[in-house]
Design a protein around this ligand. Sequence first.
Ligand code: AMP
Ligand code: MG
Length: 299
Amino acid sequence: MILRELHCDVNILLHVLPDENRRQRLGRGMTDFRKALIAKPGRKVKFSQWDPDDTLGFHKGAKCEAKLADNLAKLDSLQNLLYAEKKHALLIVLQAMDAGGKDGTIRHVMSGVNPQGCSVTSFKTPTADELSHDFLWRIHKAVPAAGYLGIFNRSHYEDVLVVRVHELVPKSVWSARYDQINEFEKELTQNRVTILKFFLHISKDEQKKRFLERIDDVDKRWKISASDFGERKFWAEYVEAYEEALTRCSTNRAPWYIIPANKKWIRNLAVSSILVETLEDLKMKYPKPSFDVQDLKWK
Ligand code: AMP
Ligand code: MG
């Protein structure tokens, strides 16, 4: 009995400590953001173990700004390569609580990317037409083609989040969707779509702070909607729904990353670093010209 309890405690330590250490070490030379922030496939996600104020050992300032600038420059050339090679597509899924920073992440991280090779799709409350199809119908149509980078601002995950929290369909329907999502994403990755899913993790206090800023700042006031304040009452239900979605749908093929997002500078650094690391791993190459350039004759 004691042994079993001890074994259990050791397991908890083994599960929690290495990640903690790894996260703290990142700023001191470690560079693999993916390892530090992945929701490990098969392991239960508990947001209480993820600090939204985490800075991964980095400090705000010139060094981080330089790293972000370097990432954005690399992203620009990697996207050019993606476009030229036309072999892979990259799908970025962004999810967060209201005011979690989805729009800001897109604006900052994609600032250096050529708009010609990029698409952003914002998924809103489904139309009557969309609702008359299966929930993945509108999603599949927006998946980027080979050579393109596509961003989902909200996604098919809303169908196990807002839909679950507000019981928009019976439990028997939404609960079957986790497996359906995994099957769908499997099919995409088998067809050379690389999928990256980011959950921008903010605290309830940070959300309040951002809502208050939106009220005070005339440039941000347009973003407030009465429904945002209403949704805040369901914070705990959303946490539960997110934890289950990330637990069941973070796979080796299409992993979820939990981005500490209370501080925008580390959020941008983490997301851009994961994008660069993932694109570099594709080992893309510019296609060879279809003719021998030596044979070119100038008149
Ligand atoms: P926003 O991102 O602030 O423009 O708001 C979009 C709204 O659409 C949010 O309130 C989402 O919860 C809602 N939404 C997105 N997808 C779905 C869905 N599949 N079912 C119901 N509501 C959705
Ligand atoms: Mg909103």
